[in-house]
Design a protein around this ligand. Structure first.
Ligand SMILES: Cc1cc2nc3c(=O)[nH]c(=O)nc-3n(C[C@H](O)[C@H](O)[C@H](O)COP(=O)(O)OP(=O)(O)OC[C@H]3O[C@@H](n4cnc5c(N)ncnc54)[C@H](O)[C@@H]3O)c2cc1C
Length: 317
């Protein structure tokens, strides 16, 4: 039997790619350095319940293949419709409400959706890949092809500088973000807040009502900082918490500080300029994720991985 095709990265792009390959009869092995699948669809248990620390929600273009995947999650209670309306706030308070596409959340956290995609696949966690060289070879082992499903700067670290695959990602610039979790003993904001885009703040861009999106009503908010604030605090993310508390309470008109906070750092949160092409594939090395298939979001990352899986299947045949 051929050696399995290694898919490096157990985020949603890597698992969509691995599923497409596996469904077509290609043997795959997913390798991820983390303890669990999820990547930036990360949920961590805090104060007895999961909190979403990366993506806040997902969208699905009606009629798309991804929408059918989301329908499957809805049918099984893994995903839930959240809202199509958010507040728009300035640094000193809520200004208006705006409607857009329906957003979906996950009662057990968004990570549970990625874990669902991983079910039945050969997934090896806590395995950090160091080198992907010509051949291709992964950490010295020859493989039929290799997939790197991760932000471009992380893929670039694995590739020989100057190789065709490295050249595809060499110019990528990514922004950082901090996710700051704020917990109160009881809710201190209107039940119909759902979430708030925060404009004109040097500190925060977005606040999500985590209890509302997950459906358990817990008095927990998650704020995402501006890239500028994150860049200043990459070495000491916890030091950003007091300023973020001040910004969140002022923007949402909350009169009591939270009882507890926690900070998570995303060094590569979002690509500054995601490209339109769905994926990269050169010399047996595939690249996918939300740096491809703009705009950068969960739906794009899934579509990028799925498209690469189909293209690679055809190439391997
Ligand atoms: C703060 C924040 C807010 C966001 N909000 C939203 C939102 O509301 N809606 C939305 O649709 N999208 C949102 N996004 C974007 C969304 O999270 C991403 O588009 C999507 O999760 C990307 O998936 P991916 O599989 O491409 O990459 P990732 O999820 O980053 O997966 C990459 C994986 O590769 C692994 N890896 C990296 N290097 C190695 C190595 N050397 N060896 C082994 N494994 C490795 C990592 O452990 C990781 O699991 C947000 C992102 C962030 C950070």
């Amino acid at each position: 039997m051929d050696a399995p095709v290694p898919v490096v990265g157990a985020g949603i792009a890597g698992l969509a790619c691995a599923r497409a390959l596996s469904d077509a009869g290609v043997t795959v092995r997913v390798l991820d350095r983390g303890r669990r699948p999820g990547g930036r669809m990360s949920s961590r248990t805090m104060h007895g319940r999961p909190v979403d620390l990366g993506a806040s929600y997902l969208t699905a273009r009606p009629g798309s293949v991804f929408a059918a995947v989301v329908d499957g999650w809805l049918d099984r209670g893994l995903a839930r419709p959240w809202t199509d309306t958010f507040a728009v706030a300035g640094p000193d308070g809520v200004r208006e409400r705006k409607s857009g596409p329906l957003r979906y959340g996950a009662p057990r956290g968004l990570r549970s959706l990625v874990e669902d995609l991983a079910a039945g696949l050969d997934v090896v966690q806590e395995r950090t890949v160091e080198r992907v060289t010509a051949g291709p070879a992964v950490d010295g082992d020859a493989v039929p092809a290799a997939v790197l499903a991760m932000p471009g700067p992380q893929a670039a670290r694995l590739l020989d500088p100057g190789s065709p695959a490295a050249r595809l990602v060499a110019a990528e610039r990514w922004d950082a973000a901090l996710a700051v979790v704020l917990g109160w003993p009881e809710r201190r904001w209107p039940a119909d807040l759902h979430g708030a885009f925060v404009h004109d703040s040097p500190d925060i861009e977005w606040v999500a009502d985590d209890g509302d999106r997950r459906g358990d009503g817990a008095p927990v908010l998650v704020a995402h900082t501006t890239p500028e604030l994150a860049a200043r605090h990459l070495d000491d993310p916890d030091a950003a918490a007091p300023g973020v508390v001040t910004a969140v309470t002022a923007a949402l008109g909350i009169d009591t500080p939270p009882e507890w906070t926690a900070v998570h750092r995303w060094t590569f949160a979002k690509p500054a300029d995601p490209r339109e092409e769905p994926f990269g594939l050169v010399d047996g090395v595939g690249l996918c994720g939300d740096g491809w298939h703009a705009p950068s979001k969960v739906e794009s990352a899934w579509s990028s991985g799925d498209a690469l899986g189909r293209a690679l299947t055809a190439e391997l045949r």
